[in-house]
Design a protein around this ligand. Structure first.
Ligand code: ZN
Length: 260
């Protein structure tokens, strides 16, 4: 018998695990079920972003639940016209539901982007970093490792996902003793201030504006920019494994175009 589960059950399971109701987020995140379907769920597709491309990827994979990190509503209230209409039309035409999890997925201790990216680099988080209201989105910890070898690990992950690594302040022989990590748009004046105040010597992020590199150099902090997309592929993949474990549902990761 092919495994299946009602959307409501899958969403309730993920909401409880990710603490969707308790974790604050930006208004556009709209965590939880974003689009319902007739269902039930028979296969999940996982993607970092909800887009025409990932909706088509879900349909091509035969999935009828698309689980994403960046949902459909970042643009705020939009008329259902043009590409916004087209997204909804394709979802409804193929009975594909959408479930989204932004900060709840970023900060989850075992399924989250931050914890999993840190572990992929061989780092073990011991505390929170990147405060947002009462929560910490990122992680930090201690190490004694050559910064260059962390950069090599981050580069391998960036390139595996079709991206590339940019670094600031990675000098030969330099060692990382206290690191902080925040996936996605993790470099900002705020996170650099927080890093400096916490004695962090290496900041690992997805991306950040140009001025963060300039500020980091002045602060003596090395920054590894591994790409917004690449650093946020971990959480949705972990959710794929979780829905398979909990409901026996098969899943497919839908990648972004190379080099995003
Ligand atoms: Zn993001």
């Amino acid at each position: 018998m092919t495994p299946s589960a009602p959307l409501q059950h899958v969403a309730e399971h993920l909401d409880a695990l990710l603490r969707t109701a308790e974790v604050p987020d930006y208004a556009g995140a709209l965590n939880g079920i974003q689009v319902e379907h007739v269902g039930p769920v028979t296969r999940c597709a996982l993607a970092v972003d909800a887009s025409l491309r990932t909706i088509d990827g879900a349909v091509a994979a035969g999935a009828n639940l698309l689980i994403v990190h960046h949902g459909l509503y970042w643009g705020g209230v939009q008329p259902l016209r043009g590409r916004t209409y087209e997204r909804v039309r394709r979802l409804l035409a193929h009975d594909v539901a959408v479930y989204s999890s932004h900060l709840p997925l970023d900060l989850h201790p075992s399924l989250g982007n931050n914890a999993l990216f840190a572990r992929a680099l061989g780092l073990e988080p011991t505390g929170g970093f990147a405060r947002f209201q009462p929560i910490a989105v990122g992680v930090m910890g201690e190490a004694d490792i050559e910064t260059q070898s962390l950069a090599d690990g981050a580069r391998a992950i960036a390139e595996r996902e079709g991206g590339s690594l940019v670094t600031v302040g990675v000098e030969p022989g330099r060692r990382t003793r206290r690191w902080a990590l925040c996936t996605g748009a993790g470099a900002s004046s705020d996170t650099l201030r927080e890093a400096a105040a916490s004695g962090v010597d290496t900041l690992i992020v997805g991306e950040g504006p140009h001025h963060t590199g300039v500020e980091a150099q002045e602060l003596g902090i090395a920054v590894l920019y591994a790409g917004h997309y690449a650093t946020e592929t971990f959480g949705v993949r972990a959710l794929g494994m979780e829905v398979e474990r909990a409901f026996g549902l098969p899943w497919t990761f839908v990648p972004a175009p190379t080099g995003l």
